[in-house]
Design a protein around this ligand. Structure first.
Ligand SMILES: [Zn+2]
Length: 106
């Protein structure tokens, strides 16, 4: 299990590799493997057999998982990838931007 504060539907930015600087929404987090699927990132063509959803089959563009360590939470106040901090607010933990202190969970 990998410790991460990134959750599904977060907006993240890629910080390394060919797609560095690209951002997108988290579609899936795999803590066991330490991987994350981000909308529009690491798209590859995949050949699919005909199925109920896709009766013709053929080639689709699908997002493939990337390493969790290759993404950072995108703070829309800082306009960049940031580290996530934890703050106590009304007895519950909220995720905040380590740079500007903006809360990511209301
Ligand atoms: Zn910030």
């Amino acid at each position: 299990m990998i410790k991460t504060r990134i959750k599904k539907n977060d907006n993240v930015v890629v910080i390394t590799g060919v797609e560095r600087g690209h951002s997108g929404k988290v579609l899936q987090v795999d803590r066991k493997k330490g991987r994350v699927v981000v909308e529009g990132i690491n798209k590859k063509k995949k050949f699919v057999r005909p199925s109920q959803e896709n009766p013709k089959g053929g080639i689709i563009n699908l997002e493939y998982p990337i390493q969790l360590s290759n993404v950072q939470y995108f703070c829309d106040k800082c306009k960049m990838g940031v580290r996530i901090g934890i703050q106590l607010k009304n007895d519950s933990k909220v995720r905040v931007c380590k740079k500007c202190g903006k809360s990511f969970d209301n």
